[in-house]
Design a protein around this ligand. Structure first.
Ligand SMILES: Nc1ncnc2c1ncn2[C@@H]1O[C@H](COP(=O)(O)OP(=O)(O)OP(=O)(O)O)[C@@H](O)[C@H]1O
Ligand SMILES: Nc1ncnc2c1ncn2[C@@H]1O[C@H](COP(=O)(O)OP(=O)(O)OP(=O)(O)O)[C@@H](O)[C@H]1O
Ligand SMILES: [Mg+2]
Ligand SMILES: [Mg+2]
Lengths: 252, 252
């Protein structure tokens, strides 16, 4: 029974895509069957694995034209890792969905067909609380919240939690917080440890013990279209996503 | 005649707010009368200057209830610098505006009243191409595009330019690109120089000569509610925003 996890935070640039791509890649290597869904019109998750945006059918057709989701799943060169990349039309989809009564449930209904083929399904969300993020939260069993260890990133947390509560109340009663992941932790400044303290006060044991440090290799890897464990497996970035994958599995 | 500049890029975390806050603060110190408008529901621009989100009237009431914009302008402790912070209601405004025929022109119309009081009006945009960003582009004379010197940030440029062209064609014929600002430039990796080369190929002389380096002081300053020239005026972050302000003025 595949676990569906949305990776979301409306604050921009906090490491959502980096976490989605690298967690998916590491878990695939550990013989888990993984599907990575990119629902951010920017299409970064696809390109982090070497996929360019095309006009082939994708999540857009699933959400807008009821295309069966099996038709848009692509295999990657990595064993056990499939992907649904975005296509160029997704940017305009939000307007098109705004009248539909079931607009927030389209992804959830589509995933029924394939849910049991995978061990994990990760959904990379855009930096907004839009219909795409609501679709992801409605479809998901749980959310992973990447939290950049910098001041502005703390500000958006209250808004994000309000949205999670809204979704739990009206759209998906069973949605849980899988975990809060501290990212871009910088040991040379108190800023990061201050943010960590606040996160632990707010989220308690939901904060992952694994912390992702700021590591330039994580920023370089996407320019080669490679996950970090392919680009530089000995980097601190690769080791920390490896640890995160183990912690995620152990949490059950 | 005040110049209205939207600071925008739908890629998240590229330095939009950091640029809006610090450019506004530096120019105010140089005796320019400045208004900083925060139109991102996250409200980071306000807190970068020490303002907390409240439920006092703000840009929400201007956009939704036709509140005169003069009523929501607040002075700050910095001479020549006024601000319109967001309030807690802005997050819900997008749905409320979706039916209005003039939804993209609300800010432009509101600013007519105050435009001539200021030398510059900066608008800090959210990381999406939503109605708020369209309002900002419709109201603006030009846009500053912060471009983080990392790979994923390049991907969103084509989408952003499409939106600028759309706005120029249907909403605001006179919208120009004020400049493209390279941010978080990291000298320890080729990644940044690769991005710079691509930006110069794409945008030619629109790329500012001033480059903002990655500088932890810029990330620390907001946690003290201070612009960089107050928090650490000798930092390389402060000096680079000072240079940018001079370049912006010289470009005329
Ligand atoms: N731990 C890290 N250390 C250094 N750089 C990182 C780290 N994690 C991510 N990055 C880089 O920081 C930038 C932002 O990360 P990413 O794009 O994954 O964030 P995001 O939350 O998905 O952004 P968006 O809100 O635009 O979707 C990218 O250039 C990425 O390569
Ligand atoms: N040149 C820099 N060097 C180091 N840190 C920076 C720099 N510029 C911005 N930052 C930090 O990086 C993070 C992202 O910057 P900022 O919030 O200004 O981006 P943004 O584009 O406004 O994000 P969003 O898309 O969420 O609105 C913040 O924590 C900020 O303090
Ligand atoms: Mg992303
Ligand atoms: Mg911002």
């Amino acid at each position: 029974m595949g676990k569906i996890i949305a990776i979301t935070n409306q604050k921009g640039g906090v490491g959502k895509t980096t976490t989605a791509v690298n967690l998916a890649a590491v878990l695939a290597k550990k013989e888990n069957k993984i599907l990575l869904i990119d629902i951010d019109a920017q299409g970064n998750a696809g390109s982090g694995l070497g996929y360019e945006k095309s006009d082939e059918k994708s999540i857009y057709e699933v959400l807008i034209e009821n295309e069966p989701i099996q038709n848009v799943i692509k295999s990657t060169e990595y064993e056990n890792l499939d992907i649904i990349p975005v296509n160029i039309h997704l940017a305009g989809a939000e307007e098109q969905m705004s009248e539909a009564p079931d607009k927030n449930l389209r992804l959830k209904n589509a995933l029924r067909e394939v849910r049991n083929i995978y061990d994990f399904i990760f959904i990379d969300c855009p930096p907004s609380l839009s219909v795409f993020t609501l679709n992801a939260m409605a479809a998901a069993d749980s959310v992973i919240i990447p939290l950049q260890c910098e001041y502005y990133a703390l500000e958006g947390l209250a808004e994000l939690l309000k949205t999670v509560k809204f979704v739990q109340q009206y759209v998906n009663n069973d949605l849980k917080i899988e975990g809060v992941l501290l990212t871009m932790y910088n040991t040379t400044t108190n800023l990061s440890s201050d943010v960590m303290e606040q996160a632990i006060t707010y989220f308690k044991d939901k904060v992952y013990k694994t912390i992702i440090p700021r590591n330039v290799k994580l920023a370089e890897a996407p320019s080669h279209g490679l996950p970090i464990d392919e680009y530089d497996p000995r980097s601190v970035g690769a080791k920390s996503y490896e640890k995160l994958a183990v912690e995620l599995i152990n949490n059950g």
